[in-house]
Design a binder for this molecule. Structure first.
Ligand SMILES: CC(C)(COP(=O)(O)OP(=O)(O)OC[C@H]1O[C@@H](n2cnc3c(N)ncnc32)[C@H](O)[C@@H]1OP(=O)(O)O)[C@@H](O)C(=O)NCCC(=O)NCCS
Length: 356
């Protein structure tokens, strides 16, 4: 008999430090994610943030939800949840525990659920449930700025995994001959970890997509990351650690005014532009400076407008490019509430992509 327990904000607070958590066979959340989730300005007090599935008193699986909010063109706000971390222990797979977790989430969020960045097994589950339908697909690009064979190839073939050292030497050798392809334009720009008054005004003026985050919410993202640079959460499937991780704003100034700004993350040499505002061309033209400063090896962009601007401006230049696809699925009941004319304009950082 499977028992599903939901933890809301208050119940999740301090969960990773309690005795019960320490005794679990595997961690259903990391300490950093707990702190972030319980500070989410868009989470209501009674939102369930983590579902736990127990078989008798044994933890069998879990499902994390990230609450969010959409604004419809008529100004109506709709509260919803992003499906985030779904896991069932191998000892309990095939027992329909995941579908039960999904049903619990459907009920708790009144069908207002959406998901992106899922594994093939999770996709099979969502499709089989007949709750979800396709919502959108973003065709992205991964840009490579340096040779990075030692990181990319070992997961593809065992022979590469065995010869990681040789790949690393090859990377180092190739990279000494690769200069940064373009220095970027010499715009006046500032990198910051915090949001000052100028940036605050700029974001408020420019925010436009249906998720429409405010400075307060961006502060939450910056203040409560999910990745620790110190230690990994033991026995946790999802990301909890990166040896080199940073999230930061890049603002471009003209005549002492901010004219463009973007929130970026750099994780072990991988750059993502999570949110951007203002002049896209200027944002793109400053990217080479960021690539150089953070020793970026690759960058992934799903946003069509940024990718077009990169193509048009021919900045930043990449050694190699690879197409990427990101699918979004939505609960059919939620899709109906959004209406036929809902304008899907999500930014790359929407969902839990900003945190991973
Ligand atoms: C995806 C996942 C949550 C499904 O959980 P579950 O409780 O086993 O789900 P179900 O019982 O409905 O079984 C799912 C499928 O796995 C198959 N399965 C059965 N026994 C299995 C086993 N021992 N090991 C693996 N899969 C098994 C089932 O037959 C079923 O196949 P079907 O869809 O063709 O019927 C689970 O496989 C998992 O935790 N995967 C790794 C983490 C992951 O990918 N999470 C998603 C992140 S976005």
């Amino acid at each position: 008999m499977i028992n599903i327990v939901g933890l809301n904000k208050l119940q999740l607070k301090g969960f990773t430090a309690c005795e019960h958590f320490q005794k679990l066979a595997f961690a259903p959340i990391s300490a950093f994610r707990e702190i972030s989730q319980t500070h989410n300005p868009r989470a209501n007090d009674d939102d369930v943030l983590l579902f736990l599935a127990y078989n008798a008193d044994q933890l069998a699986g879990y499902f994390g939800i990230l609450p969010d909010e959409l604004t419809l063109p008529d100004g109506e706000k709709i509260h919803f949840g992003w499906l985030s971390t779904l896991f069932v222990s191998e000892d309990f797979r095939g027992l329909k525990i995941a579908p039960q977790l999904l049903l619990a989430a459907e009920k708790a969020y009144s069908q207002n659920l959406m998901v992106t960045e899922f594994t093939p097994s999770a996709e099979r589950l969502y499709r089989k449930s007949a709750m979800f339908e396709d919502f959108a697909i973003k065709n992205g690009v991964r840009y490579y700025f340096q040779s990075n064979l030692a990181q990319i190839l070992p997961s593809k073939r065992e022979i590469f995994a065995k010869n990681k050292k040789i790949l690393k030497h090859t990377d180092n050798l190739v990279n000494t001959f690769i200069p940064y392809f373009s220095p970027g334009k010499n715009h006046l720009y500032k990198i910051s970890k915090s949001i000052d008054k100028n940036l605050d005004h700029f974001i408020a003026k420019e925010k436009k997509n249906p998720i429409g985050r405010s400075s307060e919410e961006f502060r939450w993202m910056l203040d409560f990351p999910w990745l620790s640079t110190e230690k990994e959460q033991p026995d946790y499937l999802f990301s909890s650690y990166s040896k080199d991780y940073d999230m930061f704003w890049v603002s471009v100034y003209q005549h002492q005014e901010i004219v463009s700004a973007m929130l970026c993350s750099a994780r072990d040499g991988h750059l993502k532009v999570l949110y951007y505002f203002g002049n896209i061309g200027l944002n793109v033209e400053i990217l080479p400076k960021i690539i150089k400063k953070y020793k970026i090896k690759m960058m992934t962009i799903f946003d069509g407008q940024i990718n077009s601007a990169i193509q048009k401006n021919k900045i930043p230049k990449a050694l190699y490019k690879r197409p990427m696809r990101r699918k979004y699925m939505i609960h059919s009941g939620f899709r109906e509430k959004l209406g036929e004319n809902f304008d899907f304009k999500f930014m790359d950082g929407d969902g839990d992509f900003s945190f991973t």
